[in-house]
Write a protein that binds this ligand. Sequence first.
Ligand SMILES: NC(=O)CC(=O)C(=O)O
Length: 291
Amino acid sequence: MSVPIAKSIKVALLQFYAGSDKIANLSKAKEYFLKALKKEPDLDLLVLPECFNSPYAVDQFHNYCERIPGGETTNMLSKFARENSINIIGGSFPELGEDGNVYNTSLTFNKSGEIVAKHRKVHLFDIDIPGKMTFKESASLHSGNKATVFDLEGLGKFGLAICYDIRFPELAMIASRRGAGVMCYPGAFNTVTGPKFWTKFGVARAIDNQNYVILCSPARNPNGGYQAYGHSMVVDPNGDVLIEAGHGEEIVYAELDPQVEIDARTSIPLSSQRRFDIYKDVSKDAVTSAL
Ligand SMILES: NC(=O)CC(=O)C(=O)O
């Protein structure tokens, strides 16, 4: 059964776009970290967007991929978390796996700079909306093979998934039933699918599970390429959008209140009313781990 977050959590979502220079993208992430901490010094958690160190392009992922641990992106995130004693959900970036395959991977770091979660995008973004949007991540990426649930010291249990994963309610359901009070999706919807679906999925995953949901998107890139939707947001366990960015570069802040989660679950006690005599509990045999 899902449990509430452990305390009030102050979070910043860093919405910026990545260019073609990886080192410049990492510097930009650091610049945004510092900006957020300057404005709100008592933040508990910083969240980055999907593909924050590279263009979001099928023919580019292999040019930016790196090993975990050991790569420059992991090293930068770990060092920043440790030196500033701050938790970071590190968006996602192309990982060169031990098997030689490339993955779209999200890492979470605790305040000591240790990796406490690693999620490889499970559902790859392969779509074809004629005349509007064709994308085939599977042309260059391999998919992950587990749901990701982890503890963030002092804050509670989180679920983690990436972008297209949000369209499959099972990952959030599994995380919630394994105790997560927050589900986080670094995600880069686009100007075709974003206006139609982004907010609906954030709200749906929140009210399905009576959880907080965090969606962190890149900003739209004025220099072209894949145009992310933006609109990073935090949705509360009642499905109310607490904060929503526009589509440009900006930082948005929210506070996740455990009492809201407790009240939502107490007044409408979904978790004790499920009918597993009629349908299966997807969390029962699910493959999950933090790392
Ligand atoms: N980019 C994605 O992975 C997903 C997306 O844009 C969508 O589902 O729409």
